[in-house]
Design a protein. Structure first.
Length: 135
């Protein structure tokens, strides 16, 4: 499988972000990797909320938690909630109204990463959800 880089549009990085500019593309790449390798579904339950259903695996839970913790360190306006319950893994992202464009961009990147995952990853996602009572 060949992966194409998803361009990082620095325009959506808010001025409130304290991550050094040189590190922003690296952080974007970390999010892209999580999106491409672990996201099963993307939901937008509200204007300021985004929910990602992740492939249930301890490694994905750890990656999502570490990434969320580091992102909260530089962009304190994010609220991340990692939920592990009933054989399902989810990451919810919430932001204040003034940062909706950031969440829009994050959603677009999650959807693009999921779309480029390819059939091999889709097959492993289907197998991983057997026995899950996720709806």
């Amino acid at each position: 499988m060949t992966r194409e880089a998803i361009p990082l549009d620095q325009q959506w990085v808010p001025s409130a972000c304290t991550l050094p500019t040189a590190e922003q593309p690296l952080r974007g790449a970390e999010f892209d990797a999580l999106f491409a390798e672990a996201v099963q579904a993307v939901h937008r339950p509200g204007r300021t909320r985004l929910r990602l259903d992740l492939l249930f695996a301890p490694d994905n839970a750890a990656r999502a938690a570490q990434l969320a913790a580091r992102e909260s360190g530089c962009c304190s306006f994010f609220t991340f909630t990692l939920t592990i319950a009933d054989g399902a893994l989810g990451l919810e992202v919430q932001i204040p109204e003034q940062h909706v464009k950031v969440l829009d961009a994050l959603q677009a990147r999650a959807e693009a990463g999921r779309a480029q995952a390819g059939p091999a990853v889709e097959g492993s996602r289907a197998g991983a959800s057997i026995g899950s009572s996720k709806t």
